[in-house]
Design a binder for this molecule. Structure first.
Ligand code: UD1
Ligand code: UDP
Length: 381
């Protein structure tokens, strides 16, 4: 039974639904659970299922509420509605003072609307990133912008993100520049993975040909579905065919709109290894061992420069301009020729490679979660 002291505690509800949100919220969950000032609970929408569970397992997080919403081939309309209606009983039962949402997914936007209806203060982690193009990333740019205008507190990873919010009229006092919690997660994990006795890492050690130059690929963005993925796959095929000391490793996202073109076009090629999505420790391990990353991912764009890996980003815009400005990331879009040319140029030009692989960490110092907890604790006092 709760005692008087417990009943005085401020209540936190941390809500997330997809793999990247889980990775980036895990350090915050840990930091709040250690803090006696708060009663903290975790709710997952399970917008993703298997890819979310991989993260929950590694970080040993057991959700207090699990909406279990993922449906194969789900669409934005019904997912949004299910998130909002699914959260109502959770919010009404727990009555949180503060709700934490992360980033730009459908879960982020739906949870911020539902939490606003409930009267809780909404805290937006990874706030303020913008491309200013509502179609790219789609629908994430608008999800993040809506959440930014609902949120009471904004945790901006960088000064650029902070300045975007100020320009939109968000009050200075409600913003804190924290660094990105992805770096908290990465630094904690990278120090563990080398000595981890992990099945997936052990498999990679035997199945990947590390005598070759390893290119790590990921991709999933909605705006790249269709022709974009066909171009990406044709580019990877050309790279695999034109350089013989290269191995491309591609953990393929579970979205059927990604699986189909990738397995159809790249399924049986010698230098290309398609594998299931890796759990976070194995992915971090492989990223630290590869030579180059080609991706359309938001999170991977932030992690790879912190490991000194050059990144080619298969998008026309990015809400993460910091590493592009620093020269460790190049935007190549989904143009087949550009992907091939930039990859070959990096593989064949050691000077270019070295200048792009400078260890660069514009996204944080590993203490973002600590700063968020301190900020909320000071409000709660
Ligand atoms: C979602 C987010 C995107 C984020 C990405 C991270 C939105 C609109 N999109 O996109 O911002 O970058 O997650 O990966 O919120 N699936 C599975 N198992 C899983 C996960 C997905 O089978 O564990 C399949 C299902 O068929 C599901 C489909 O993938 O319906 C699409 O999932 P969804 O979350 O809607 O879109 P993503 O492209 O993953
Ligand atoms: N990731 C992973 N396993 C994989 C591929 C990626 O754990 O097979 C991690 C990666 O380290 C990063 C996050 O997933 O932290 C990125 O997720 P995703 O690309 O799906 O989403 P985005 O960041 O684009 O929203």
């Amino acid at each position: 039974m709760a005692n008087y002291y417990d009943s005085m505690k401020k209540k936190n509800l941390i809500i997330f639904g997809t793999r990247p949100e889980a990775i980036k919220m895990a350090p915050l969950v840990k930091a709040f659970l250690k803090n006696n000032f708060f009663e903290t609970k975790v709710c997952v929408t399970a917008q993703h299922r298997e890819m979310l569970d991989q993260v929950l397992d590694f970080f040993e997080i057991t959700p207090d509420f699990d909406l279990n919403l993922m449906k194969p081939g789900q669409n934005l309309y019904s997912l949004t509605a299910d998130i909002i209606t699914g959260l109502q009983p959770v919010l009404e039962e727990f009555k949180p003072d503060f709700v934490y949402v992360h980033g730009d997914t459908t879960t982020t936007m739906g949870a911020s609307i539902a939490s606003f209806y409930s009267g809780a203060k909404v805290c937006h982690i990874e706030a303020g990133l913008r491309t200013f193009n509502k179609k790219s990333p789609f629908p994430e740019e608008i999800n993040r912008t809506i959440t930014g205008h609902i949120a009471d507190y904004h945790f901006a990873p960088t000064r650029t993100a902070n300045d975007n919010l100020l320009r939109e009229g968000i009050k200075k006092e409600s913003i804190l520049i924290t660094g990105n919690t992805v770096i908290d997660a990465l630094l904690e994990s990278v120090s563990r993975v080398d000595n981890l006795d992990d099945v997936e890492i052990n498999n990679l050690k035997t199945e990947v040909d590390f005598t070759k130059r390893i290119i790590l690929v990921t991709g999933h963005r909605r705006e790249n579905h269709g022709q974009g993925f066909v171009n990406i796959c044709n580019a990877l095929k050309k790279i695999g065919e034109s350089v013989d000391n290269v191995q491309i490793i591609y953990p393929v996202h579970l979205n059927p709109k990604v699986q189909k073109p990738v397995y159809d076009i790249l399924g049986k090629l010698e230098n290309i290894k398609l594998i299931a999505p890796l759990a976070y420790p194995a992915f971090v391990w492989l990223m630290s061992k590869c030579e180059l990353v080609i991706t359309d991912s938001g999170g991977v764009q932030e992690e790879a420069p912190s490991l000194g890996k050059p990144v080619l980003v298969m998008r026309d815009t990015t809400e993460r301009p910091e590493a592009v400005d620093a020269g460790t990331v190049i935007l190549v879009g989904t143009n087949e020729e550009k992907i091939v040319n930039e990859t070959l140029s990096l593989l064949n030009n050691p000077e270019k490679y070295l200048s792009m692989s400078k260890l660069h960490n514009p996204y944080g110092d590993g203490n973002a979660s600590k700063r968020i907890v301190e900020f909320i604790q000071n409000i709660g006092k």
